[in-house]
Design a protein around this ligand. Sequence first.
Ligand code: NAP
Length: 223
Amino acid sequence: MKVAIIGGTGDQGFGLALRFAKAGEKVLLGSRDIKKAENTVNIIHNMLKGEELECIQGMTNQQAAQKGDLVILTVPLQAQKVTLRSIKDHLEGKILVDATVPLETCIGGSSTRYVDLWEGSAAERTAEFLKEKETTIVSAFNNISSSSLTNIKEDVKCDCLVSGDDAESKNKVMELAEKIPGVRAIDCGPLENARIVEKITPLLITLNIKNKTRLAGLRITGL
Ligand SMILES: NC(=O)c1ccc[n+]([C@@H]2O[C@H](COP(=O)([O-])OP(=O)(O)OC[C@H]3O[C@@H](n4cnc5c(N)ncnc54)[C@H](OP(=O)(O)O)[C@@H]3O)[C@@H](O)[C@H]2O)c1
């Protein structure tokens, strides 16, 4: 399976690309700017020097979406729709994983505050935008910090909360998430539960600030 990461030059996309490449997945790292994507891939190659990599390539977001089997969106909320518009013709029949968190930063505010969206959550906003397409939307990776992902010397000691309306697609995303050492994927039910999951991230950012770390994460117990 080829994993396309849209906005893969940013913190979250970079962290996911790094971890999936390290796990031996085929990764297509997308950007608006092909040079930026290629530079980011070079950094990943340097970080994983000596490891056997299946394939990681830098390309435009459109190329990544076209060639990818599973597409992960890692852009800020203000870029969500414009980015989706630029790749929507390549998403037919695919799984689109939305990692977007609607932080107040998108309107000049604080990263410790959530912005309520008309559709209920960023993932449902994506679903609404792509409703004419045969694309399955899954919400995941919203609560795993890029700092944990990038710290490849350590496992990522976090659960990945996964929401979506299609069980098979959710299973694929959960399987992929668990390729990251330390990550346990949890089926959190329908896509509308992304409303709850996305709201946890500003809380984790608050905890990071209070505790002078960047690694706050979440574990669900008792399951
Ligand atoms: N960072 C984290 O720890 C973390 C954790 C959980 C969830 N998330 C969520 O994951 C998403 C990405 O976070 P991030 O920290 O990686 O964001 P970011 O670094 O600010 O941006 C990611 C990429 O999106 C593209 N982009 C930025 N602004 C854009 C614009 N106005 N129009 C089009 N493309 C634009 C850029 O790629 P190009 O310039 O290469 O096109 C950029 O490298 C966000 O929704 C965030 O809430 C982040």
